[in-house]
Design a protein around this ligand. Sequence first.
Ligand code: SAM
Length: 287
Amino acid sequence: MAYLGSPKATLEVINKYGFAFQKRFGQNFLIDSNILENIVSAANITKEDFVLEIGPGIGTMTQYLCENAREVVAVEIDKSLIPILQDTLSEYNNVEVINEDVLKVDIKKLAEERNDGKPIKVVANLPYYITTPIIMGLFESGVPIDSITIMVQKEVADRMKTGPGSKDYGALSLAVQYYATADIVLKVPASCFMPKPNVDSAVIKLTRHKDTQVKVSNEKLMFKIIRASFNQRRKTLANGLKNSPELNFTREQVTEALVSMGKSESVRGEAFTLEEFAKLTDILNSK
Ligand code: SAM
């Protein structure tokens, strides 16, 4: 099987199997070999590496990953792609395809079983609607991660790098900044995909910090507080925390904590830096 990264090779596979693109799975396949080479090279995959690919599609990027990695596990939700992947990846003996929703896969267990619990590399051309739960899930569930190299909608890439004051600032920006260094490595025009999406994309590489740069007494609590603060965007941070089903602080405890930080009780979550969320968590955690 030749490399798939061209419009002609992709069409051949699609016609051979009578494959119908499914919008609900965000299926836009890469058809540009330069972009594929650049993604694999940015991910810095070597023969030592165990790689998790999320959403292999017809296996276009998977082929490049198999060439470069020690072992690849590719998780694909669409069962009609499984016979296609068996065909397009038949030359490789270092790949396993799992037909499952990646959000239901125990990735921590996968890393333990396949990579002795050592940090894994994740590469994905993600459907845009699951970008946030995947990234936050990977970081928060304690999966040993070296890096996550992902194609996302250009706006989502910008959101990961932004700080307080921007309309794009939110739980995803804070999670990314807490756990990793984010570099936009490539801009990818819509014409590099089949079918052509309505938006431009970017490849972003998240390299996990060896040690977190912001210290906090209770990481899980901090992310509950962060999520609660951004859940109701037009509400104050204090109201967000009070209304969160995940938290049970009284209004007085929250107000007291904010005042002790020199903040007004009407402050909004989008004005808080990561360091300030960490400090607020430490104060509330000691109550
Ligand atoms: N990697 C291929 C490429 O670059 O050409 C395909 C990328 S396409 C944007 C996204 C892929 O993710 C599709 O194959 C889709 O079926 C799959 N997918 C969507 N939701 C998924 C989920 N929850 N778990 C696993 N795969 C998913």
